[in-house]
Design a binder for this molecule. Sequence first.
Ligand code: AMP
Ligand code: MG
Length: 445
Amino acid sequence: MTTLAQIAAELAGYDPQALRADMVNTFLAKLVQPVTDSENIGIFQALGRVLAVDLVSPISVPAHDNSAMDGYALAGAQLSLGKPLTLRLVGTALAGKAWQGRVAAGECVKIMTGAIMPAGLDTVVPQELVSVAGDQITLAAGLLRCGDNRRRLGEDLQQGQPALLKGELLTPAALGLVASLGIQSVPVLRRLKVAYFSTGDEILSLGEAPREGAVYDSNRYTVFGLLTRLGCEVIDMGVVPDQPDLLEAAFVQAALQADAIITSGGVSVGEADYTKAMMKKLGDVTFWRIAMRPGRPMAVGQIFRDKLASSPYAASADSYHKSSIATGSAMLFGLPGNPVAVMVTFLAFVRPALLRLMGCSASAPPLLRARSSEAIRKKPGRTEYQRGIVSAAPDGSLQVQTTGQQGSGVLSSMVRANGLIVLHHAQGNVAVGDEVDVMMLSSVV
Ligand code: AMP
Ligand code: MG
């Protein structure tokens, strides 16, 4: 068990009141204890899951040298520069059926895509490149080199080598690869359970009558979407009003049922509410002011389950969820309240941490470079995530413009954006035409 104080002590320059965005990820990486429980499941259930072991290939794929084209198989040694080649057709090799005959010099075999290369033949001429006259084919000079259009045994996967590594996310391509090995089920790490709720007396649940000064809860729906896309099992705990007993019940039940808890609201400085006090009471929690925009305040920590057993709220936690949690603590992410800040802090920090918790080896999406088609004001000394619209410039290169208004409550601009322009800590103003980093939303949501 690592405490927050231990991690803080290891990080040079750690300042919870002016924390660099990159240090947030370093900190969280040290806090996360990846899940280890695994289960064996069929391929169709495995999409989006994380592989629990290296998957060693029991066979070579392809299992034989075979043809990549419909055409004629020949011995490539007969191809000589500057001379056409005429060969006599002596048979046909079909896919799924080896052609057993022998081929002498000056002969060839008609072959279909995927058919095993007949013994002694190493090159395939596509049928559209030859002229056929009776049982003779003629190939013009200079069209083919020895070895062309032949797929080699094991060129995709070699028998005995790992085809996929532990920690890889099973994408559609990975599912196909598993199937290509003849494997029907794979060991994957268990799914994460993540509980979430919104806090604040001004937050209305859907269906509630509007009151003056109140706003409908949007964060829960955004968080639901982000978690679902990540493949987590979600536990929706609703809107929790600013009352100590209700907050305590929510935190205790969430911690007993989930690997991680995500809340929104109630973590900013000067918040006159009970959310922060309850986090502090129940867990090992720290409150950060991150040098970033949007999303400055954030709470992180862990709630230890064995300390909750005596809570009056423990009994009502769902026993199904409780029973399948093996780890001793639930991670806590207290996100700010503003809807855009919720998404940005989730994508920048929570998502990489949850991927790590899932046992996934890749946690950061690649950033693209795009030319800014406008000037952007940016102060050095904080990381900014601006909503951007990336498009192809007339010359085919990538360009990006902001969605304009960057207020952290303006969720409509998040809908319009297809990427987040990441302006790094030390970076200053951006001039028209400068290249900037962009995190494409399609890679993370
Ligand atoms: P807070 O972080 O609690 O100070 O909230 C900052 C802003 O976000 C306030 O304007 C809140 O009304 C708004 N807000 C907080 N929670 C939510 C929510 N669940 N859905 C929509 N807006 C919210
Ligand atoms: Mg509030």
